[in-house]
Each structure stands twice: as C-alpha cells, then as structure tokens.
Design a protein around this ligand. Structure first.
Ligand code: IVH
Length: 667
C-alpha cells in the first residue's frame, strides 16, 4: 500500500468509526484505538500535505482562523411550518389534506419538532460540499467550515446508493448535557449565559472560530431530503435511506394513517419528550408521499402538506424573592423576577421575565409570593400567575416598578402608546451605548462582522469606544491582546471597520439606530431625502407626506437630529468617509416606470427576496398592495403563488408577471 492508499484507508475507517459512534451509538473500537488511528492519519497528512482534504476526519477539530460567512442563495427556499396548538387544528389540517388529495389514501409521517436551528447540507458525489443556515429563507450564511466539525454530520457518505447531487435539511442542536456544561463554564468565567439550547447552538454555529464549534459538541437530526433524484416517493423511506448513507435520523419518527394514530403520537411524545437528550417544542406532521406533497403545494410561507403541533408550555410553582430591572439596548426597562430555583422543561429556572410595569401590576405580585412559571415555546420563562391561597395573612410588600434607571440613575419616562418605561439618557447610559454600537455593526446595518457583542463589551470596558464614531479611530495596537484578540484578528477588525464606509447610505441611516426607524423606514427616508443633511433638515410635515412614514417615526427623527451629540457623531462619521448620500447607482435605480401602478407580490422568489422586489416597486414609483382587486395593475408572481390569488387574478384578467418579466420592465 502506498502512502496515498494508506491515508485513504485510514480516512475511510475513521469515517466509519465516527458514524458507528455518533450516529449509531454503537462503537466497534475503544476511544483509545480511535485516537490512535486519528493520530496515525494526522501524522501522515502532516508529512504529505499534497494529500490534504477538507473532508478528512482530522479536520473535525476546526481551526482558529477567523472565518467570514458568505451569503449564498438556497436552491429551494427554506420555508417554515404553520403552527397548530390543539387537536382540533390538527384535525382541520388532516381534513384539508384529505380534501386536497380528493379522497386519495395518504400516509402521515409524524416527527419530533426539534428546537435548534435549521441547516441545509449539500452533497456532491457523496461528499459534503456546503452547509448553509436558513437565513431569511432565500439566502443563508455559508457555515460549512463550522458544520464540518459536528461529528454526527457525515463528511463522506457510506455505500453508493445516494444520488449524485442532493440537499438534506435538518436541525442543529445542542444537547441538554452540553448546554448545562457550557453554561456552568460561562457562569464560572462570569460570561453571559445562554437562555436555552437553541440560542447556544445558534451562537456556536455562527462562531467565527471553528475550533469553538468543535469543542461545543453540537448534534444534528436530518428531517428532509430533496433534489431531483431522491430514491423514493416516500419521505419516511427517504429518511431511512439517508440513515443508511450515514445521516442521523430521529428514532421517534413514525408513519401513520388515521387521525387517532396522530393523536396517540402527540400524547405519547408530549410526556416522553422529557426523556430525550435534546430540546423539542412540538411535533411535525408531513404527508409522506412526495407526489402528494407536490400536489398539495405551498402557500407563500409554508407547505400545505405539513404542519407543526406545538406542545403546551410547561408550568412550575416557586417562590418570588425579588424583582430586578434590566435596561435594554433601546433603553427599555424590563422587570425580571428572581425566584427559588425550580425544574422546568429540562432546565433549572431562577429568573423569569415580567415583561413590563402593566404585567407586573396585573399579576399583583408581592415579594415572597408563590408564583406559577411557564416556558412559552420553551424560551424565556415568564410568570403567569400567583397562588394567592399560599399567601401569608400578613401580606408581604408589593413588588413595585422603579422610577430611576438602575444603570445610570436617570428618571424613567413612558412614551405615548408604549407599555415599556424607558431610560431617556441614550447618550450616557452604558447598556444603551453598547446596544447602539451592536446595532451599528450588525449585518443589516454596517455589517462589521469581525466584531460581536462580546468584543464590543470588551472595547467599551477598556474605554476604547464610547460611540459608533470611535470605532473608526481604533488602531491595531490598541486591541491587540484585548479579550484574547490576536494580532491577525486585530488587523481584520480594523480593516473591516474601515471597509464599512462603503455601506450604502440607506443602511447608514438604519445603522444610526434612530428610535422607530427600522430597515424599511430608513430606506424610504434615504431615498426621499437623498443626503444626511437633507434628512437632518426635514420637517415633520415633509416627512408625513411620505408613504410609510407616520408621526411616531417623524417625531423621532426630528428629536434625533435636534440632539447636538448626534450631529457631532454624524460629522465624525462623515469625516471618516461613511456614506452620507445616496449613491449615483441608487439614484439612477429610481424611475417612474411603475408610476400609478398597484402591484401585488406573491409567491416564493429566487433572484431577489420578496422585500427587495417591494423596494424596487417603490423605487420605480409603484405601489405595493396586499390583495388582488380590479384595480391591481399586475401580480409579480414567484413559485407557489397561492391558488386563491391565482384564481382571482385569472378571473379579473390581471396580468401575472414572472421575476424575469418584471426585471425586464424596470431595466
Ligand atoms: S420540516 C418545509 N421537520 O421547525 C418544511 N422542520 O417552522 C420544512 N423543525 O425552521 C421543515 N424539526 O427548523 C421540519 N422534523 C422537522 C423539524 C423541523 C424542527 C424546524 C425547522 C423549521 C421550523 C418550522
């Protein structure tokens, strides 16, 4: 055997042992033997770099290199499921399927709804070539490097029965045991804890450092095989086939035909799920035949052939010890209950949100009360009631809302129509400052993805940044070594901050974090006023003339620009070269080609997202409308346009344009 063959044999053996251990849970060799084989392979690979392979089992340890995520388009959009909360709604789904299939017999595949984050894996010739997060359903982040480190995801498939190219989707999860261990570790290091395994899995998968992912022990269940050449018509059968190729498939999955069997599955797993090693938040029901799935089709958001049944929230009773108050990024103050620790849906709960002052008042909470805690959708627990019968006759003190900010001492204010109390000291209150910086660097704003909340916190604590303009003054030497940043990463941070000046003006407007100015409002304002100076000088009346801008936004914009600190900030950003006006390109993208036209956008798109199409319509003077009427000029239709809409458009003789036709018009 020559070296190449030796390497290939070791790789094949290690892939198999990995599968036996992580997927089948049935190792054939000891851990020591496994480590020995791995070491042997590592040594050979080191000595022969010409045979390197990113899918080698040795690559599962990840690397410290800072990887950037590139956004890629999904071949098929990643839709979500519509939810049901009781058996009646499940029965309605079953009936819709029966009617939709015109009485033809059908099977339902019952599965657990795993509570992690969805992933799309692409295989070519049996090798993992790409892993993409759901993202907005149309585009996701390429997280291949990180996914390679998840042991139960096969890098090389077994046997030969798999299609040449296919996609398989599933859920990436952090098992309860890894989650508990991780939070314990973080608690010891005084790092912020993850609220639930889903957040932990998501934070981990988005880590820029794949060796972190490798250490965190993620798990994955695959639940949908798609492609042009899937082996069977049955979804369940496809999953079994995928299992034989090396994928981890849930063992809880069951094929049934009657409604009663579905109910039995729900009842059984509602209890039994508590013994599973990972978090679940419901059950998924899928019509098994892919042919029948195609016949039933999709609505704009979800398939008609599947549905999720969400489990009822779990409830526990414990003692309320105190109420503390947290100040969020926007200055909103959230009351948090501190309670005696209690077991709830797989974790120990000590804190619960009380939402706002009104909720606190309605609950009529007194310190020392026995309170009922629920985990709505298994996320952040909340207090849903008080056991008043357990109250002492000597009524303990009532829990009251604070009047001053616990972070900076400013007197709290309440804005008209809002439930929350706010700390108005937005320029000097620490969580607000950090929150604004985090917003500024976020993906949809300046997209400075070499920074994250933890680094912002570090730099803030070191006094390096007090506002977003300070980011542009950071020098490599100042951050080298801060919070474990190495020189290479420090250079990358400085470079990506410098690169962000090229971000288009509309995103700069969004990045400023003007209260109530979201992504869409920012776009509208940027297009309307074209420069920051014009926006800063805009009057309330001028803004109210604009479609999509209401009083709350207009007043907030005025207030923002009335603050000299903000004007100074903008002056500094401008000095650093941040875009302060609409680009030539964006200006020329505007026209009145669609002026006077009312347009309905429906279906799932591939070339641009639905929101992008809506923006284009506005840019070209058209109006987006929600439903079809005789006044509709045309429908811009993607795949799977709803049949009701299609029928209505046809009946009224309204033209239906494809993506390409639409783009031709506005070209
Ligand atoms: S099927 C088109 N099956 O639930 C249908 N989804 O809103 C695609 N999920 O984002 C989903 N367990 O991440 C399916 N057994 C399962 C699932 C599952 C969890 C997640 C998935 C999706 C969300 C549905």
């Amino acid at each position: 055997m020559d070296v190449k063959q030796q390497i290939e044999k070791l790789r094949a053996d290690l892939h198999r042992h990995n599968y036996n251990y992580y997927v089948l849970n049935a190792p054939e060799i000891s851990d020591m033997e496994f480590d020995g084989l791995m070491r042997e392979l590592q040594e050979l690979e080191e000595a022969h770099p010409e045979f390197a392979d990113p899918n080698s089992p040795t690559q599962r340890v990840g690397s410290d290199l800072n990887n950037e995520f590139v956004q890629v388009a999904h071949k098929y959009p990643m839709l979500s499921l519509s939810n049901t909360y009781n058996k009646q709604e499940v029965a309605e789904f079953y009936e819709r399927v029966r009617v939709g299939l015109e009485g033809e017999a059908f099977e339902i595949c019952c599965e657990m709804k795993y509570d992690g984050l969805s992933i799309s894996l692409i295989y070519d010739e049996g090798r993992l070539v790409r892993a993409v997060t759901r993202g907005d359903g149309v585009h996701g982040d390429d997280v291949t490097e990180n996914v390679r480190t998840i042991r139960c995801i096969p890098l090389q498939l077994n046997g030969e029965g798999y299609p040449k190219e296919f996609e398989i989707r599933g859920e990436i999860l952090m098992p309860w045991s890894s989650f508990d261990a991780l939070n314990k570790e973080r608690e010891a290091k005084e790092e912020p804890l993850f609220a639930n395994p889903r957040n932990a899995a998501s934070g981990t998968l988005k880590s820029k450092n794949s060796s972190v992912v490798a250490q965190r022990k993620l798990d994955a269940y695959l639940y949908y095989l798609l492609g042009d050449e899937v082996p069977n018509d049955g979804h369940y059968e496809n999953l079994q086939a995928a299992n034989s190729w090396g994928f981890k498939i849930s063992e809880c999955t069951k094929k049934v035909t009657t409604l009663q069997e579905i109910y039995d599955f729900i009842d059984y797993w509602d209890v039994e799920r508590k013994n599973l090693p990972v978090a679940t938040d419901g059950i998924v029901l899928k019509v098994n035949s892919m042919r029948q799935q195609r016949a039933l089709g999709y609505t704009a958001k979800s398939p008609r052939w599947a549905i999720a049944y969400k489990f009822q929230a779990e409830r526990a009773c414990t003692r309320l010890n105190s109420v503390s108050f947290q100040v969020g990024r926007t200055g909103a103050v959230t009351p948090v209950a501190n309670m005696d620790p209690v077991h709830l849906a797989g974790t120990i709960v000590k804190r619960a949100t009380l939402h706002n002052a009104d909720v606190m008042e309605q609950l009529d909470l007194h310190i020392g009360d026995m309170v009922y805690v629920e985990k709505g959708g298994e996320i952040i627990p909340k207090i849903v009631g008080v056991d008043t019968s357990a109250r002492d006759f000597m009524m303990p003190p009532k829990a009251v809302f604070i009047t001053h900010c616990p972070e900076c001492g400013a007197r709290l204010v309440r804005y008209e129509g809002e439930a929350a109390w706010y700390c108005p000291n937005d320029t000097a209150c620490p969580p607000q400052i950090k929150g604004r910086i985090e917003h500024f660097i976020s993906r949809k704003a300046m997209n400075i993805d070499s920074l994250g909340p933890e680094t912002v916190d570090e730099y803030y604590r070191k006094g390096l940044i007090r506002n977003v303009a300070d980011l542009y003054d950071i020098e490599v030497d100042q951050i080298n070594g801060v919070g474990g940043t190495r020189e290479k990463s420090a250079q990358k941070v400085v470079r990506s901050i410098a690169d962000s000046v090229a971000v288009p003006f509309e995103r700069v407007v969004f990045a400023l974090g003007i209260r109530f100015v979201g992504e869409i409002a920012a776009k509208i304002l940027a297009r309307q006023f074209k420069t920051m100076d014009a926006l800063a000088a805009a009057t309330e009346d001028e803004m109210l003339q604009i479609n999509g801008i209401g009083k709350v936004i207009a007043q907030s914009v005025i207030q923002y620009f009335a603050n000299p600190d903000n004007l100074e900030l903008i002056r500094r950003l401008k000095e650093k070269g941040v875009s302060m006006e609409l680009s030539e390109e964006a200006m020329s993208a505007q026209s009145d080609k669609l002026s006077g036209k009312s347009i309905v956008v429906s279906g799932v798109f591939t070339l641009h997202s639905r929101d992008e199409y809506k923006t284009m319509i506005e840019q070209h003077g058209g109006k987006n409308v929600g439903s079809i009427s005789a006044k509709t000029s045309f429908v811009l239709a993607g795949a799977n346009m709803g049949p009701a809409k299609l029928e209505k458009a046809t009946k009224l003789g309204i033209p239906i344009l494809s993506e390409e036709e639409f783009l031709n018009i506005i070209e």
